[in-house]
Design a protein around this ligand. Structure first.
Ligand code: TYD
Length: 217
């Protein structure tokens, strides 16, 4: 049997640069002969994208609270885990994802006062033995998030939340790193700098995760 690939999650609030950094990380790994796929949550596979739309619509219309969202995010996650994550990890590919159940912990848990114990219990059912090997939090301030998101409006109802919501979210993420939320291995990277500078910090984290030197360009 092939050695299982690594499951690496990029986390952070809107505008933290997850998408850009995952692309740069994937290129770096490719150049070093390390196969990786790029996926995202919620969605990443057609039926889960439908649930993503549903969550966004219900949320926009204020028809759903933390518990309802939590269940739907995990339903989408199960389709994604079985359809994308497990098959790739099992064939030895590394999976880089934009968000995972750690987002449920931050958004529905910390920002919306959902029950963290319940979130972790459902995560055990849905992810089972396929928990992430590492979480890389791209940490930015609320001001940077607002500035960057202002240029890139994508209809995400979470982006319309109050300033206090973002305070809880940012503090929640930092707390998750401190406490190793979910028994996971967390890394924090300052996401305020230019993409190339952030990418260098991410590259160092990847060297730690893969336990080898990675050749840059
Ligand atoms: P997305 O467009 O992927 O946002 P971003 O560009 O900020 O990553 O939309 C996903 C939104 O859903 C995002 O605002 C965070 C939220 N979310 C949760 O609230 N809980 C979750 O479990 C997940 C995966 C996402």
């Amino acid at each position: 049997m092939k050695e299982r690939g690594k499951f690496i999650v990029f986390e952070g609030i809107g505008g933290s640069g997850k998408g850009t950094q995952i692309e740069l990380a994937k290129d770096l790994l490719d150049r070093n002969g390390i196969k990786a796929i790029y996926t995202r949550e919620p969605g990443g596979i057609e039926p889960a994208e439908k649930i993503r739309e549903l969550i966004f619509t219900l949320r926009d219309k204020k028809l759903i609270k933390a518990e309802g969202q939590m269940v739907l995010f995990f339903a989408a996650r199960k389709l994604w885990v079985d359809g994308v994550v497990v098959p790739n990890l099992d064939k030895g590919a590394n999976v880089l994802t934009d968000r995972c159940h750690t987002s449920t912990g931050a958004y529905q848990g910390y920002a919306e006062s959902g029950d963290q114990k319940q979130i972790l219990a459902i995560a055990d059912v849905i992810l089972g033995d396929y928990k992430p090997d590492a979480i890389i939090l791209l940490d930015i301030s609320k001001e940077t998030s607002i500035e960057r998101r202002g240029k890139n409006v994508n209809g995400d109802p979470f982006d319309k939340e109050s300033s206090e919501y973002f305070d809880r979210l940012i503090a929640g993420y930092r707390e998750m790193v401190k406490t190793g939320w979910g028994g996971l291995k967390w890394y924090i990277v300052d996401g305020e700098a230019k993409p190339e500078v952030v990418a260098e910090s991410v590259a160092k984290v990847l060297e730690e995760i893969f336990e080898r030197k990675l050749e840059r360009l």
